[in-house]
Design a protein around this ligand. Structure first.
Ligand code: NAP
Length: 254
């Protein structure tokens, strides 16, 4: 039974893992014996988190690159593959949100949100997937959101990007299942990170969310780790193109 969820010695890259959920994902995979490569754009932040995890005896490395920059991604893919071999696990987690009513939304901001959340997921995966195809094994985990399914005022571009991530995940499964690659997604409900700071600091939103969520509370970040380990391991070897929503029941109710 334990072997089902085993990720020992697997090589895993988690984009956007210097903060919030990505950091928790990286730490969990490293604690379970994976060789983890962390990522973010800010090199200093990356050094700090690498030091923190290394001081706990975890096997971690880091590579700073921007998931929107094709050349930076290509260099990262070349170096990471030559240092560690092809990836076993890729978690496309880097993401941002910019809030404004759609009729006032800036074109540049639209490009930023779609560029990082959706096109970034495509570009990073494309740079690493050939290694998985060659060895006929791989796990891709794309981080969606409640907005993979639901709209919400002021965040239409984010919803478009996360709805896109859900459909991109299905497309990846359709093209790559035959290579024994499983592409799935995790759709987190609401968890307290830098991304959701404007929400949890807003008493009105906090109260709305706790009433709206059947579990009547925010999620604890550790509550995402079961889905992460399931989708990273042989336990999910015949699960493909699916989103697992970890949301305290929010999507199940109106
Ligand atoms: N928190 C939630 O409740 C929640 C709910 C649903 C979905 N999500 C999703 O979960 C993911 C992580 O969110 P979070 O809450 O952990 O956010 P966060 O705390 O703001 O962390 C975002 C991470 O992404 C990195 N990043 C941003 N742009 C990047 C780029 N262009 N290239 C590489 N790295 C980049 C950031 O590092 P740098 O700034 O150094 O690059 C940081 O490490 C996102 O996809 C988000 O949409 C979160």
């Amino acid at each position: 039974m334990t072997d089902l969820f085993n990720v020992e010695d697997k090589v895993a890259l988690i984009t956007g893992s210097t903060g919030g959920l990505g950091f928790i994902f990286a730490k969990c995979l490293a604690q379970n014996g994976a060789k983890v490569i962390l990522n973010g754009r800010n090199k200093q932040k990356l050094e700090e988190v690498l030091q923190e995890l290394s001081s706990e005896g975890l096997s971690v490395a880091g590579f700073a690159f921007d998931v929107t920059k094709t050349e930076e991604i290509a260099t990262a893919a070349q170096t990471i593959t030559s240092d560690f071999g092809p990836l076993d696990i890729l978690v496309n987690n880097a993401g941002i949100n910019l809030r404004n009513p759609l009729h006032e939304f800036d074109d540049e901001d639209w490009d930023k949100v779609i560029g990082i959340n959706l096109t970034g997921t495509y570009k990073v995966t494309k740079a690493f997937v050939n290694g998985m195809i060659d060895k006929k094994k791989g796990k891709i985990i794309n981080i969606g959101s409640m907005q993979s399914e639901l709209g919400r005022p002021t965040i239409a571009p984010y919803a478009a990007s996360k709805g896109g991530v859900k459909m991109l995940t299905r497309g990846m499964a359709a093209d790559w299942a035959k290579f024994n690659i499983q592409a799935n997604g995790i759709g987190p409900g609401y968890f307290k990170t830098d991304l959701t700071k404007p929400l949890y600091e807003n008493a009105e939103f906090d109260s709305w969310l706790c009433n709206r969520t059947p579990s009547n509370r925010w999620g604890n970040t550790e509550e995402l780790l079961g889905a992460l380990l399931f989708l990273s391991s042989d336990a999910s070897s015949y699960v493909n193109g699916q989103m697992i929503y970890v949301d305290g029941g929010l999507l199940a109710t109106v």
